[in-house]
Design a protein around this ligand. Sequence first.
Ligand SMILES: NC(=O)c1ccc[n+]([C@@H]2O[C@H](COP(=O)([O-])OP(=O)(O)OC[C@H]3O[C@@H](n4cnc5c(N)ncnc54)[C@H](OP(=O)(O)O)[C@@H]3O)[C@@H](O)[C@H]2O)c1
Length: 272
Amino acid sequence: MTNVILAATGNVGRQIVAQLAGHAAVRAVTRDPAALPGSVYGDLSAPDTIAACVEEGDAVFLLWPLHTGRLLPAVVDAIARRAGRVVFLGTGGVPDLGFEEQEKLIHGCGIASTVLRPSTFAVNTLWWTGQIRTGDVVRGAYGALPMALIHEADMAAVAVRALTEPGHDDATYELTGPEILTQAEQVRVIGEVLDRPLRWEGLTREQARLRLLADETFPDSFVDVLLDGYAAMLAGPPPTLTSTVQDVTGTPPRSLREWVADHAADFVCPGP
Ligand SMILES: NC(=O)c1ccc[n+]([C@@H]2O[C@H](COP(=O)([O-])OP(=O)(O)OC[C@H]3O[C@@H](n4cnc5c(N)ncnc54)[C@H](OP(=O)(O)O)[C@@H]3O)[C@@H](O)[C@H]2O)c1
């Protein structure tokens, strides 16, 4: 059985490929195989190209990075006609296909299926690298917003189990990290690990919006989506922790401290 990893160049996909290496057969899929040795071409916006990546009985890791869910049913159908198992990382980033609809589609596709529903990725804190590389202050809105940040390696570890061992069929796994931290607390933790006096400085939503729009590394089209998402999270029920990472993998989820230690180089200005 081959494990077909879609979005193999992303935060989670890269980790899955690394964790499977040497243990199981892997076919990594990207739109740019020239940049990833040994990978094959597949474009989620062209379902036929995904069908060509999947062979009889494969186990497939799928996520949905597109901003419309219009083609997700066709991609899932292309996978279900060939593969034996699909592991899907759910997304809140598809306005026209909510999480429950995604879950119904995956669990109803006719092959063994597992759905992962992760909390906020710890890797999102890399959006602050520009500010942290050049000063000790991180400015943003919603500093009191609590999150249960999760390390991409923990999502990958659960995905690897679901891809390669029995016992995960029809499951929907809610995945979180081990702690709840506000954005202001996250900045403090990053500072402690980097041994820097980092601090959060609150901005109004409009100030944060203008700052993000002026940030060349942040996509303009995502600014309002992000701020609306944060406002909705703050207005909704506070996050809770789950034991799913530990239950499925036997290892507790990594803390933000561990995540920062793994990514410390990202917060330092690249050399000349
Ligand atoms: N950030 C969060 O807090 C959070 C929380 C919950 C869920 N999520 C979900 O997690 C997913 C992102 O995961 P990630 O962080 O691992 O990915 P990522 O680092 O953002 O990278 C995006 C991946 O998607 C692939 N991709 C983009 N367009 C594609 C296309 N048309 N066809 C095939 N592949 C395509 C890219 O591959 P190539 O460019 O190599 O083709 C790349 O591997 C999204 O669905 C997001 O909504 C994120």
